[in-house]
Design a protein around this ligand. Sequence first.
Ligand code: F6P
Length: 367
Amino acid sequence: MTAKRIGILTSGGDCAGLNAVIRAVVLAASGRGWTVVGIREGTRGLMARPPMAEMLGVEATDSAMLRMGGTILGTTNQGDPFDYPMPDGSKRDRSEEVIEGFRMLELDALIGVGGDGSMAILRRLAQQGGIPLIGVPKTIDNDIGLTETAIGYQTAVAVATEALDRLQPTAASHNRVMILEVMGRDAGHIALATGIAGGADVILIPEIAYDFAAIAAHLGRVHSVGRNFALVVVAEAVLDDDGRPVRQGRGSYGGIGHYVAERLSRDTGAETRVTVLGHVQRGGAPTAGDRLLASALGVYAVQLIAEGRFDRMVAWLNRQVGDVPIQHAIEHYQAVDPDGALVATARGLGICLGDVPGLGDLPGLAE
Ligand code: F6P
């Protein structure tokens, strides 16, 4: 087989494990005698003239890269090339410039590491420009369909769980209800997993409508058995009591934690404090799980190119790597299944998910 020259870019919000996947791609491609070109700042790098890109040889991939947070290539979660914001405030379709940038780099294939939004944009570009594309799923939100998990999710959950570990003793010391607001965009995966792993009393996710009376009743039970503190995890996209989204100034998520705290302190008299974890969940070293996932998906992405199988997203399925059509993955947005195993686990543990008070038949929590 002739040597190939492949490009790789990271797109969308960063997360832990991006450098691990870049490293895996470079090592796997170099092992085949191929060349890897790292494209900077996602599609923005292909729009620039000359395109913003650099050769990535094995010498650039020591094991430190495996541990590094962020992405050495840079990324962006703004600037859809089909609707690109221009300095004068207008929007322009710059997709042909991106496609031309790909051609200028004389690449045989492109690996795009991104979430569902990036994946949709990259696929559209690939279809329009005839770009042989492989997608690699990454997102702390874990909302990409047809893969059991995406790069970055496990680290985000680990960080948020550590936050609960640190909040619990201070909550107990001060008789407080601690509210932890976590990211996840429209999906409650981070909140649900974190709440279970970190021993929360209440978990609020966008997929399950809540009722303050049920939460107050649950916290009352917790208090009635002599526990002086409680831990509440709330996903950033949870709506307010009137069903409205809570947003920060420029329209991004943020604020529901404070809203919930205010209501709980009003309804129950509890002293509340709020921690908004924010981008801490995205940075820092990836967990071992994310390193393994990134390595496996990166190596497999290169294999798919070798096999000439494009328009595929690599995935983690049934304890091994696999691949699915990118379009199917985009179409199968993966929210938390309210009837799924983790929701059942939380309910089985007596955790209140906001709709009804948690189970009353657990040791120490019976009415
Ligand atoms: O999609 C990843 C994510 O971290 C979401 O969980 C969060 O809502 C959003 O990105 C934050 O985006 P930004 O980095 O633009 O603030």
